[in-house]
Design a protein around this ligand. Sequence first.
Ligand SMILES: Cc1cc2nc3c(=O)[nH]c(=O)nc-3n(C[C@H](O)[C@H](O)[C@H](O)COP(=O)(O)OP(=O)(O)OC[C@H]3O[C@@H](n4cnc5c(N)ncnc54)[C@H](O)[C@@H]3O)c2cc1C
Length: 469
Amino acid sequence: MPVIIHWFRRDLRVTDNVALHEASRRGERVIPLFILEDAFRTGPDVGAARLAFLFQSLEVLRRNLEHLGHRLIIRQGKAEEVVPKFARETGAEAVFANKRYEPYAQARDKRVAAALYKEDVGFELFKDAVAWEEREILNLSGAPYTVYTPYSKAWKARPVPAPVPRLKPAATAASEIATDPLILDPAALGFPLKQTLPAAGERAAKDLLDRFLAGPVLRYDTERNFPAVDGTSSLSPHLRAGTIGIRTVLARLAAVREQADERGRRGCDIWLNELIWREFYQQVLHNFPHVLKGCFRPEYDVLEWSGTEEHFQAWCAGQTGYPIVDAAMRCLAATGTMHNRLRMIVAMFLTKDLLISWRRGERWFMQQLVDGDLAANNGGWQWSAGTGTDAAPYFRIFNPVSQGEKFDPEGVFVRRWVPELASLPNETIHQPWSEPLLSAVRYKYPSRIVLHDEQRPKCLAMFKAMKGK
Ligand SMILES: Cc1cc2nc3c(=O)[nH]c(=O)nc-3n(C[C@H](O)[C@H](O)[C@H](O)COP(=O)(O)OP(=O)(O)OC[C@H]3O[C@@H](n4cnc5c(N)ncnc54)[C@H](O)[C@@H]3O)c2cc1C
């Protein structure tokens, strides 16, 4: 039986890991490898929060592997050079990895495959990050879905793949192969961490899933929309880093649903829809890679965004004068995360009130988010801007005041992140400008940088002008 290298990428776990399981099933020995590629610290989307979460997840993975008698080897450099060199050094006959769906990652994997081919070393990729991938779910004409609802129906009509077993303990002593002496600290790579991050690693992910499935999932249908309520799973950084397997999540959800009453089942079904949104956007990125460079509907690329740099900076800093927008943006800066409802509100505000291209917001999110994921982020931004798949019609424009009043009715979230407004009553916390006794607050909190009622028609005119082109 051969020696097989398992190349860890976005699958930093020993449980329910398809390629790792296959390597241990088919190999006499498995050598775990992680490569710190240049892309981790170069490029416009790099952010300290995601990098720190990755390094913390790697450290937990290293310990988990050690516990099973395996040793994680970390190397630095270009994958197409490091992988074949490492295969030569270890005498490995094959390299296994789990598939990635971003166009740049797929191009990189092709280069690695070609380099390994020259060395006569096999390279196998496995489906792991999603239940259904690429072109597995097609419409009746054999084309990929571009609308979520029929895609999700087709997704649900299929059997859910079962989790795969945990990595077995090593049969022989761990190798003495050298690992590069790397300092896994974002600051050392030029990205000092300012955010407080959630706990990383498999145990932390499992704890979150346990907590969520023990109660919140049963109320998810109503509570998922309120940022001041701990009503969602917070699993997105883990699903992105691969510190939990999607098959495990789906199997655990199905078991909870089985025992739930009608209301609980509704919560479970709506949560499943969110997990399917994740897969929907992964297949969109794979099948329509032009979304990386522009609008899903290319005719929207000619939109003339007229917003200013000054307004963009105010949005990033949480200084727009709209409490729910500012609270959300300040929360993002401090924690690297943002509730889904708030992501939609701030994205609509940037594009439809400030008239700034969704691409600038997309990039800012990638630089800040601990869960920043190309497919989900691009999909979320294009949905909000009205340029994407299954787009909300462009004339659907959220009002930041009524959104705040509806989803943070007592201002709990706003008071937490915009302390200048803490003393305002519920009635005016989302519109401090209407507060009669305002002088002290007005002194500390900015005035609105634009008036929503004036921007709405400008946004509609921008979209109409495009239609005429
Ligand atoms: C403008 C914008 C940008 C976004 N950027 C990202 C991003 O970079 N990374 C990311 O993971 N999600 C992104 N989302 C989707 C969503 O906001 C987050 O997945 C969610 O807030 C994560 O919280 P949670 O883990 O508690 O989610 P839960 O509500 O518990 O949902 C469970 C899981 O389903 C997936 N999910 C939920 N909603 C969506 C969605 N709309 N699209 C795709 N997957 C979804 C996530 O993996 C999430 O962890 C974005 C949404 C918008 C509107």
